[in-house]
Design a protein around this ligand. Structure first.
Ligand code: 5GP
Ligand code: MN
Length: 347
């Protein structure tokens, strides 16, 4: 039915660790998105269905409120707010799953305890170039979400029957959010075979869409209007658009985590724009989000200018300094990066 893409040796090792383990920690990346949460929650429900009682999800910081409905989300430990509890769970775990990230630095301050922890680490992820800090590395950049990998993992363990409606809801959420509701990175035919299986497990995919995408506050919509009307700079020759928001502007619209989700994708709906950037002033840094369509490698751009990385069409990074300096660096990068492409466009 579905191609067995995970190597049998990895499945065997992971299966042995799960069987022998008594306590489990599941960790994912900072600013958890739908895929980080979906893959972690699905796996946690799965381990509990396997009879494991001590299963804890620890995230480096908080997640957007529109994911709070996800089954099990209320039990997630937030490292920033419950550090002592989080540390205990990580350091005491027999097995630690690292989901939806490829390098320890992606969990921010949690990286030290994560690297120090003696539990056997299993990475399941879809970002390029995984770092070498896990005993088992299940890395598939060709797959569009880690949640899809969790579905495949459960199937290859021969335990499809254990897959519950709760797990299916979490998996679907991650698959949906990492593909912009199946509008990019979503041409693999097996995605739809899997969705079909999830629906058979009882999920209501339309309701999940509504719960994630149609729950905005009035403030968020006002912010969106402000961004599009006042803050979007288009560089037609470079096929690029840039949005930036200062802390002051965010405060003006009573910004909450997740309120700017999706902003970076909006300029890509302009005909001719193939590269879009969003710079947001955060506590001590400028958070950078990049998106592209076609061949433009935003992960290379993020790595070269903003200490980041990610996927070819969706990447991110950070900048230390002022928003103005970050904008200047972005424009410098835009002009310098792959000059052949831009020169060609100038003609
Ligand atoms: P977003 O723009 O949604 O925050 O991130 C999109 C993708 O870019 C993420 O899935 C992740 O792969 C990557 N990414 C975002 N921020 C960073 C970062 O600071 N460092 C690295 N290495 N990757 C990032
Ligand atoms: Mn992901």
């Amino acid at each position: 039915m579905i191609t067995k893409i995970i190597e049998e040796e990895q499945i065997q090792k992971a299966s042995k660790y799960i069987e022998k383990g008594k306590s489990f920690a599941i960790v994912s990346h900072v600013s958890p998105d739908g895929d980080a949460l979906g893959s972690s929650l699905a796996l946690s429900h799965y381990l509990k269905a396997c009879g494991k009682e001590k299963v804890f999800i620890i995230m480096p910081n908080s997640f957007p409120s529109f994911f709070k409905w996800m089954p099990g989300a209320d039990g997630i430990i937030n490292f920033e707010r419950q550090e002592a509890n989080a540390l205990r769970r990580i350091l005491k775990a027999d097995v630690i799953f690292c989901l939806d990230f490829n390098a320890a630095k992606r969990v921010n301050d949690m990286s030290k305890p994560l690297l120090k922890a003696q539990g056997r680490k299993i990475m399941i992820d879809h970002h390029l170039f995984p770092d070498d800090f896990c005993k088992v590395v299940i890395s598939h950049p060709e797959i569009s979400s880690t949640s899809e990998l969790i579905f495949r993992f459960i199937c290859q363990l021969g335990t499809y029957d254990l897959l519950s409606k709760e797990m299916a809801e979490c998996i679907y959420t991650g698959m949906m959010t990492d593909t912009g509701a199946f509008s990019y990175n979503s041409n693999h035919p097996e995605i739809y075979t899997i969705i079909s299986e999830l629906i058979k497990k009882g999920i209501d995919k339309d309701e999940i869409y509504r719960k994630v995408y149609q729950v905005y506050s009035e403030d968020r919509l006002n912010l969106q209007g402000y961004v599009l009307y006042k803050k979007m700079k288009v560089f037609p020759k470079a096929q690029t658009a840039l949005i930036s928001l200062s802390k002051e502007e965010l405060d003006q619209f009573h910004y909450h985590a997740g309120d700017s989700e999706g902003f970076v994708n909006m300029p890509l709906s302009i005909k001719g724009v193939t590269f879009s950037a969003f710079l947001r002033e955060d506590k001590n840094i400028i958070k950078v989000s990049l998106r592209s369509t076609g061949d433009f490698p935003c992960n290379e751009f993020a790595a070269r200018f903003f200490h980041g990385g990610g996927h070819k069409n969706a990447s991110g990074g950070e900048f230390t300094g002022t928003l103005e300096q970050a904008i200047a660096l972005f424009e410098e990068g835009m002009n310098a990066f792959n000059p052949e492409i831009w020169e060609e466009k100038e003609k």
